[in-house]
Design a protein around this ligand. Structure first.
Ligand code: FCB
Length: 478
């Protein structure tokens, strides 16, 4: 149980270590090896702004935000956190936190405005400045190629539904890897392909806003194929940077013991976890899901599944909550009577341990990173302070759940808080705040929340407290 105490208020630079790390002599930080990666994460469209500067092309999110009603507060990523212009200041924030890694994404339309043909050097200059700035401050850059911002020009020729887009992505991946491969700590191809496919093409609440299961599953297949083929292409140019992919994953629990609910939960597990994990690590799609999809199953050309199943140097797991499913409920976090965040997502730290143990039992896993974990709360800036005790508790409990998984032998190498800054939360616009830093959008002023001070104290402790490597064999250094 963590409660931010008066120490924080009177001496905001030195939050009470005793309070922040619990009793019992063994602090949370000591449960991790010293070389564990402690980072923060963002994505291009959510923070960069400068949507029409220096030659950047439109993305499907620029287009989607123009649709009346698509974004809750009618906003867009046009200005976001203005990170494009404030990149030096923001690198300073990360350095001040003492985090040793930063996960960011490259906006494809910034570096290749039409998604094919000409490269935009001014766009690449921005990422040069970002990557070099991080390296100068001793922060490892973790690069993601695709965090949902497809060049709009490619959408107009069919987007991810169209097999040609796979080839365009492979060219883009190879070019980014050629330019940045020797400087970044890792390259992830996709962020959360389930979200892109399903929320973007079946549910329609995310760009490009389509509503067809058949299209969504074809998109899911093309995303996975583009992952596999780009790993081949990048490795063919002798890039030795660790390569992987980031999946959103949540344990799916049945709403009740009724056979229909148990069956629905198993199917949802197939649609959200096994579809991606089986394809990536076994080279096949789960039979029960193919059977359920029937005619909506994707067209798979000969050789596709082998192409998808490339050796992974790492797998990124984004964890926020569990999902409860059954015939009477729709798939989604439980709201009634549970502790929830401002997203309505249940706070369920044990699900992280459960998920990691399950993945470890079911698959031959590469090293894992928790590439996103965090929470939105209704933060208020009062007298220069954001007292976000809920977020501190959330982070503490999830990091403890991660420690449990490490101690049980799961090879996890790092953890990234979502997010460095409050930012554009997709269809929720600016109404949800996930940041360690509070952003006052009119002035773009960043203020560290109590959680930022807590994470800073935690990172400082983590650098010296833990074992050089884990006795159990899990974690970094295995
Ligand atoms: C994840 C996304 C990330 C952010 C968090 C809250 O699904 O990858 O961009 O929106 O959710």
């Amino acid at each position: 149980m963590i409660a931010m105490n008066a120490d924080m208020r009177t001496n905001p630079d030195e939050p009470s270590i005793a309070t922040a790390f619990g009793a019992g002599g063994v602090t949370l930080a000591e449960r991790f090896p010293r070389n564990f990666v402690w980072g923060v994460a963002t994505s291009a469209y959510q923070v960069e702004g400068a949507a029409h500067e220096d030659g950047r092309g439109d993305s499907i999110w620029d287009e989607f935000c123009r649709r009346p009603g698509a974004i809750k507060d009618g906003s867009s990523g046009e200005h976001a956190c203005d990170h494009y212009h404030r990149v030096d200041e923001d690198i300073g924030l990360i350095a001040n936190l003492g985090a040793n890694a930063y996960r960011f994404s490259v906006a494809w339309p910034r570096v290749q405005p039409l998604g094919a043909g000409e490269w935009n050097e001014r766009g690449f200059d921005f990422y040069d400045r970002l990557v070099d700035g991080l390296l100068e401050r001793g922060i490892a850059p973790f690069l993601t190629l695709y965090h949902w911002d497809l060049p709009q020009a490619l959408q107009e020729s069919g987007g991810w539904m169209h097999r040609d887009t796979v080839g365009r992505f492979v060219d883009y991946a190879a070019e980014v890897a050629r330019r940045f491969g020797s400087r970044v700590a890792s390259i992830a191809t996709h962020n959360e392909p389930w979200v892109v496919a399903i929320l973007g093409h079946e549910v329609g609440i995310f760009a490009p806003g389509l509503k067809s299961q058949r299209v969504a599953m074809q998109v899911a297949h093309h995303l996975l194929l583009s992952h596999g083929l780009s790993l081949q292409a990048v490795r063919a140019q002798r890039c030795t940077t660790p390569l992987g992919i980031v999946l959103n994953q949540a344990p799916i629990h049945a709403a009740s013991d009724a056979p229909e609910d148990v069956a629905r939960a198993r199917l949802d597990d197939g649609l959200t976890i096994r579809w991606y994990m089986d394809a990536l690590l076994r080279g096949s799609y789960p039979e029960d899901v193919l059977e359920f999809l029937g005619e909506d199953a994707p067209q798979v050309a000969p050789g596709d599944m082998a192409a998808i199943r490339q050796p992974l140097d790492f797998l990124g797991v984004n964890y926020y909550s569990r999902n409860v499913s059954g015939t009477g409920t729709s798939l989604g976090p439980v709201e009634s009577g549970k502790e929830v965040t401002d997203m309505g997502w249940e706070v369920y730290p044990g699900g992280l341990t459960e998920l990691l143990l399950r993945l470890d039992a079911d698959y031959r896993l590469p090293p894992l990173y928790i590439t996103e974990n965090g929470a939105a709360y209704r933060d208020r800036l009062v007298d220069g302070r954001v007292a976000d005790a809920d977020r501190v508790r959330y982070l503490h409990r999830h990091i403890a759940a991660l420690a449990d998984a490490l101690e049980a032998g799961v090879d996890v190498r790092g953890y990234f808080v979502w997010s460095l800054l409050d930012n554009f939360e997709w269809a929720d616009g600016y109404s949800k705040r996930f940041g360690l830093f509070f952003v006052d959008y009119p002035t773009q002023r960043r203020t560290p929340k109590d959680s930022a001070l807590w994470y800073r104290a935690f990172c400082a402790r983590a650098r010296t407290a833990g074992p050089r490597r884990l006795a159990s064999g899990g974690g970094a250094g295995r």
